[in-house]
Write a protein that binds this ligand. Structure first.
Ligand code: NAD
Ligand code: UD1
Length: 343
């Protein structure tokens, strides 16, 4: 029988790619999203691309009545919980918003799952929980030390979910720690659509490539790395989305055990510097991306990348796409949709 997955925040950047991959893999999908950082257009496009019929419900994960409605109207086999806010700087300015949406929203969701006997959940966590690591690659057992309220909310929800999974009969959970998701679906129909001027490297370069910003500010070229710029583990959003299909396959199989909550890194296990990213973007666009060296950004770690061996062993997943493909697909989406979904 077809299994049904609830994706909270499923209309967003990562969620829309997950919905595509779930539908392509034969799952039915229900999306709950308040559209505070997305629009229904992404899911309409996913439906067109897959010939699927995802169910789309507008609502806030902090609203218990909406959640109870979603779980009583749909037989949900597993939840992928993406809904939340994610801007590090804003979380420092307005921590209450972050604890409310990310933590209270999650507690509310897990409470509704309990009431409706839904016991499988995948949570969108982040490599940001590792703070500023001194060595790489990062394995899941390395200490967590988030440096800002956003990172704190991710770690808190991991801990809450671990406790709830241990306490509730048949609960199984996966806490997926994403490294730096970038890129877009190969169709160029869905992709990242940030509000205003983005803080993150790929969407910022995309704006420069689209002549919406004059140049990229490279935040520091005096780090102790080969070319002086920071190193991150960028992962294609399609690889990341496929990791979620594997995660759900796993939770619903007899490979998973009840009351287990596993932390799993999703990265490529390779680091790329800001200058390497810039070069790869120039190759993808076929023209130069203007840049200037700017001061270091507060709170930036010099370098880190994942060890994703656990994802391979547990889920049978590993990333396939390289940096060239990430840039090509990101640019394909952004050049076809310079105003995103046009909201
Ligand atoms: P996104 O903003 O595109 O998606 C989040 C979605 O959640 C949006 O569609 C938004 O409208 C929705 N949402 C926000 N608050 C809500 C609420 N109260 N109720 C219902 N829906 C709500 O972000 P994304 O990049 O797709 O990230 C998805 C998840 O992955 C987030 O939890 C984020 O913290 C996590 N994550 C993202 C990254 C990244 O770099 N993008 C890295 C690590 C982890
Ligand atoms: C940031 C968040 C992290 C989140 C991740 C999602 C911080 C401190 N961390 O990580 O919580 O999970 O995004 O992808 O914000 N850079 C520039 N110029 C720019 C933008 C970025 O040089 O205009 C550099 C940064 O200094 C960094 C690299 O590019 O070295 C990547 O930056 P970014 O895309 O913001 O990701 P992170 O900082 O790794």
């Amino acid at each position: 029988m077809t299994k049904t997955i609830l994706a909270t925040g499923g209309a967003g950047y990562i969620g829309s790619h997950i919905c595509y991959e779930l539908l392509a893999a034969g799952y039915q999908v229900v999306v709950l999203d308040d559209f505070s950082n997305s629009s229904a257009e992404s899911i309409k496009r996913v439906a067109r691309l897959t010939n699927g019929a995802p169910v789309l419900i507008k609502g806030d994960v902090r609203d218990a009545a909406i959640l109870d409605h979603v779980f009583s109207e749909n037989r949900i086999d597993a939840v992928i919980h993406l809904a939340g806010v994610k801007a590090v700087g804003e979380s420092v300015q307005n921590p209450q918003k972050y604890y409310d949406i990310n933590v209270s929203g999650s507690v509310n969701l897990f409470g509704s799952m309990q009431r409706h006997g839904v016991s499988n959940v995948v949570f969108s966590s982040s490599a940001t929980v590792y703070g500023i690591p001194e060595i790489s690659p990062l394995t899941e057992d390395m200490p967590a030390n988030p440096l800002n309220p956003y990172g704190q909310t991710k770690l808190m929800v991991e801990n809450i979910l671990r406790d709830m999974t241990a306490a509730n009969p048949h609960w199984r959970s996966l806490l997926l720690r994403y490294f730096n998701p970038v890129g877009a679906h190969a169709s160029g129909q869905i992709g990242e659509d940030p509000n205003g001027i983005p803080d993150n490297l790929f969407p910022y370069i995309a704006m420069v490539a689209n002549k919406k910003q004059p140049k990229l500010n490279v935040f520091g070229d005096d780090y102790d790395t080969a070319d002086g710029t920071c190193i991150r583990d960028y992962i294609h959003v399609v690889d990341l989305a496929r990791g979620h299909v594997k995660a759900v396959d796993y939770l619903l199989s007899d490979r998973a055990t009840d009351n287990s909550a596993e932390m799993v890194n999703l990265g490529t296990d390779q680091g790329s510097s800001v200058f390497q990213v810039l070069k790869a973007w120039e190759a993808a666009c076929g023209f130069e991306i203007p840049y200037r060296i700017a001061p270091r950004r507060a709170g930036d770690a010099p370098a880190y990348y994942a060890d994703s061996r656990r994802a391979k062993a547990l889920l049978g997943w590993q990333a396939e796409y390289d940096l060239a493909r990430m840039c090509a697909d990101h640019w394909h989406w952004q050049s076809k949709n310079p105003d995103g979904y046009g909201k």
